[in-house]
Design a protein around this ligand. Sequence first.
Ligand code: PXG
Length: 454
Amino acid sequence: MAIAENRSRSEWQELDRQHYLHPFTDHKDLGEKKSRIITHADGVYIYDAEGNKILDGMSGLWCVNAGYGRDELVDAATRQLQELPYYNSFFQCAHPPSIELSRILGEVTQPHFSRVFYTGSGSESIDTMLRMVWRYWDLLDQPDRKLIIGRKNAYHGSTVAGASLGGMAPMHKQGGYLGNIEHIDQPYWFGSDRSMSPDEFGIHAAKALQRKIEEVGADKVAAFVGEPIQGAGGVIIPPDTYWPEIQRICDEHGILLITDEVICGFGRLGDWFGADYFGVKSDLMTFAKGVTSGYLPLGGVMVGDRVSDVLIDKGGEFYHGFTYSGHPASCAVAIENVQILQREKLLGRVRDDIGPYLQKKWATLAEHPIVGETRMVGLMGALELVKDSDSLERFDESDGAGTICRDLLVNNGLVMRAVGDTIVTAPPLTLSHAEADELIEKAWKCLDLTQKAI
Ligand code: PXG
């Protein structure tokens, strides 16, 4: 039976207002506007308490890669909950689902990733990764290597470590105070003065890492961390020249390279991981979200041999772990989810079929008078709202163009996110051609409505 299914929409909204503190929410504002109550979902659609059917162009929160309504995932969870709902993996214990998932993750990652550490979320994965990086350099008798270099406008979660490592200034002011972290500029070509070609700009943006290393001294730098494509920051797709240059700089100085794959991992770009898509070899990869298609919480860190050999050979006990590290039901769902991606060849589909199909249609939105740029890799894209698509002049902040457009979209049956005046999308990897057409039609219509509304 569904939970208290006899409550009306307004009852849910009132109870929500009274009792529930939401993530990233202004509650005064929410109290007035009231929450949209999502009751069920199937395929690529979510349904709200008013009965509206909404195309989920965000895969929940960048995570429902295999789509909603997957009985296989529900069955995998149910079977595991019946057999062993919980046991820990501290104190020389393990269980089949966590071991089996570890083996499988070793298979779908680059050959130097033979080990994984589990967490319950992306933020916990980031915390784990930071502690591993610092421990690695301590064990190599280089304790001065403490500085982690991230990027402005990156998102790495909401724990103290995640908020500090991320490059979101408003988050820093609310408790992202961890030391030993610096942020360099992001590889955001559209946000630059566009005086360089994208390829030149990619090298220029990567050289910011070189400059930072020279400024602080390479012997102080522990690692560079970046999302292969920044998600929450507005789907910032770096020029092709960026990641190879970042790799070269890290290699030159012996600095650990870390890709935060929480969004890009598990097929979003048509490869298993963003590092695969961009052809880089990272030393650690953080993941979460798409590993279970969001059906149950699970995160982790893929630990490359360079780091795991040191942690294991020299490290003794690592005082780190979570009650839910490698939760059996989450791991069982992850195994089934990876098998769905393989069985249904969803990565190939993103690479060769629905990816190119949606990308081509998405590019047509650039013909709209208030769109300055469109971009998309795999099934992860963005468009930039501008006052005038010839001059590329941006809207004033007070116009609230992004928010207006996002609200119009959802009221017209399509969820996409607004990051300032950048509209982003990341639909499930199961999106059909007809659903892609629907996404584009609704997007175009709402661009028209946005233009009229401003
Ligand atoms: N790293 C990256 C790259 C992420 O995108 C996290 C870490 C943190 O994961 P958890 O599981 O702790 O939330 C994320 C999460 C948004 C949005 O509005 C994006 C995320 C989370 C919430 C909102 O785009 N990404």
